[in-house]
Structure formats: C-alpha cells, structure tokens
Design a protein around this ligand. Structure first.
Ligand code: GAR
Length: 202
C-alpha cells in the first residue's frame, strides 16, 4: 500500500488501528480535518469486514487490512509504519495485542482508549460490551474511559487520563455503552491534540 505522504505536507500524522465499527476513528478523522497542523493519515484494521474501512474510504483516508502474519510473524507492518513515520499511533477499538517490535520502534507514541476505569475491567477479553456487562454485573456506581500508553500487556501501560461518568440503577448495556461513547467522542480527540501540540488548548 502506498503511504501517500505528500512532499510538502508538514502536518503531524496520526495512524489509527481499529477492529470494528470505527465510530471513534471516524470522530477522530472529523476532528482532525478541522485542525491545521495534524491529520489522520492512515487507518489499519485486522478485520477485512470492519466498518471502519468504509468509514475511512468515505473520508478519503487511506485504509488497509493486515493479517496475523504481517503483524506478528514478519516485519511487514513494522516496515510500513516506519515508512509512514507517524507522530502518534492511536488504537480505537483495536483488539489485537501490539507486538513488541512495534512498541519498541515507537516508544511513547502508541496510545489506546479503554471503555472503563483501569486497572478495573481490563485485560485479555475485556473489550467493548464485555467490559460494560461486567461493570453492570458488579453494580458499579461509576464507569468511564481511560486513555493510556500501550505496552506489551493488555491495558497496562501508563495512564494518560481518566474521565468518570456516574451510573445509576436504570442503566443498561445500551445506556452505558452510549454514555461511554459520548465521553470518548468528546475527549479522545482533545487528549490526542494536546499530546501532539503542546501549544494547543483543545
Ligand atoms: C470503544 O468503546 C473503545 O473504547 C473500545 O471499543 C469501542 C470501539 O468502538 N475499546 C476496547 O474495548 C479496547 N479494549 P468504535 O469501534 O465504535 O470506535
């Protein structure tokens, strides 16, 4: 896949990894389309059926699919990322563990968003609705989002920011999912913006 880096384009570049619907990815593309010095340059997915791919195409962001071989058993994805040379790699509903060689090549440049208040409700298998169902089952009084750096373990990297939301007895999977998504849409772009531009006050 061509990396498409324009010669005179001095914008900082965000590469997004997503596995599913990609509503956060789409929100990030929309947000950074309005920011002069930063753009979402590429979207990658491990899932050829992921809706995020159509969303990226629709927004004219180059999107590609990769498989386990390219990610874990060869340097294909690492080489591609090194060619793109992104300023930040952003996981947005991405379900695979990022391999050590990619983490090492991009120190403090890979972040993730998790739909709960880590360290609770994190780890392998804890993603999306699985997280929300566990939170509801335990009758938690609050949930929220955690943005953190990515290391070699699921959901264990250094926390950048957490934002809470109150829950009440009438919350269901649907209302909790919506509450968390609203927090994500409002905050993930701003957190990324602040990381990439210390002068920005988003
Ligand atoms: C988001 O809520 C994100 O926090 C979560 O998946 C959802 C993806 O939604 N990520 C994880 O659970 C990672 N452990 P989206 O595809 O509509 O952006």
């Amino acid at each position: 896949m061509a990396t498409g880096k324009a010669k005179h384009d001095h914008k900082k570049q965000i590469v997004i990894f997503a596995s599913g619907n990609g509503t956060n990815a789409e929100n990030l593309i929309n947000y950074f389309n309005q920011v002069e010095n930063i753009k979402v340059s590429h979207v990658f997915s491990n899932n050829p059926k992921a809706k995020v791919l159509q969303k990226a195409h629709f927004k004219n962001v180059p999107a590609g699919v990769f498989d386990k071989e390219a990610f874990y058993q060869s340097s294909e994805m690492l080489d591609l990322l090194q060619e793109i040379n992104p300023d930040l790699i952003v996981l947005a509903g991405f379900l695979w563990l990022v391999p050590e060689d990619i983490i090492k090549a991009f120190p403090n440049k890979i972040i993730n968003i998790h739909p709960a208040l880590l360290p609770k409700y994190g780890g392998k298998g804890m993603y999306g609705d699985h997280v929300h169902l566990a939170v509801l089952k335990n009758k938690e009084q609050k949930s929220g989002i955690t943005v953190h750096y990515v290391n070699g373990q699921y959901d264990e990297g250094q926390i950048i920011k957490q934002i809470e939301v109150d829950l009440d007895e009438v919350d269901t999977l649907r209302t909790l999912r919506d509450k968390v998504h609203i927090l994500e849409y409002e905050n993930y772009p701003k957190i990324i913006h602040a990381l990439l531009d210390e002068n920005a006050n988003p």
